[in-house]
Ligand binder design. Sequence first.
Ligand SMILES: [Fe+2]
Ligand SMILES: [Fe+2]
Length: 278
Amino acid sequence: MGRSRLPEGRAIGHSAAMLIAQISDMHINAPGTPSMSGVDTIGNLERCVAAVNALDPAPELVLATGDLTKDGTADEYATLRALLAPLTAPVYAIPGNHDIREAMREAFADAAYLPRDGGYMHYAIEGHDLRLIALDTVVAMAPHGMLDDGRLEWLTARLEEAPDRPTALVMHHPPFLSGYAAMDAMRCLDGEALGALVVKHAQIEGILSGHLHRAAHVNFFGTTATASPSTAAQLRLDLSGTVTLGERAIWSDDPPAYMLHLWQPDAGLTSHVMQVPA
Ligand SMILES: [Fe+2]
Ligand SMILES: [Fe+2]
């Protein structure tokens, strides 16, 4: 499974390929309640959903990579579900640090892909040309993420059961350092342990994450890792290390955005940032 193959310029639809839309960090509030930093999170997600539905070719599925809601309340999840309902492609959700597993599980009671054992909300998405393994990096009541031994063991078992299937990992917290110190302090803190697994499992073609509220791309232990921008609001990039989070000034004027990932057997993953004017 090489990682530096050259694309042959094949059009999607004419060969084995897969198109994936990724929406992230929607931070949806209930109507009539204060939104995150006054951002029109609901309207911005509505516009992103319409943009995804208008894609031609259409994505096979949509990944919703955490921070689905502002505070994880039942009303917020009900609002979110109503906003996602118009999507014509099936949606697969994972939690972020602003989600509450129990409330999310109840709101997604009809989602057959979610484990029902009361534990971590991780799962594999089978039946497509690219296998997707969705991870739950949430540490309850904490802004940072972890995979720790139990979740890494679960991931190892998934990887070992299909070593020849091209696979991408999906997670809320990026496992890598972005250079934005305040966000790096709340990344997936055991990224190196994940990196050790990446090195051992050559079928991993990429890692798709969120949380950063900015697009970023790095070489992560020999695979490509990306962070998605937010459908709600983008952080102003701080490489000085002086910015602390929690102020209105942290946000940029960059428009809402989502990611469009094209996987082709000869080219691997190509990730496009898709901006949606607010
Ligand atoms: Fe977020
Ligand atoms: Fe987050």
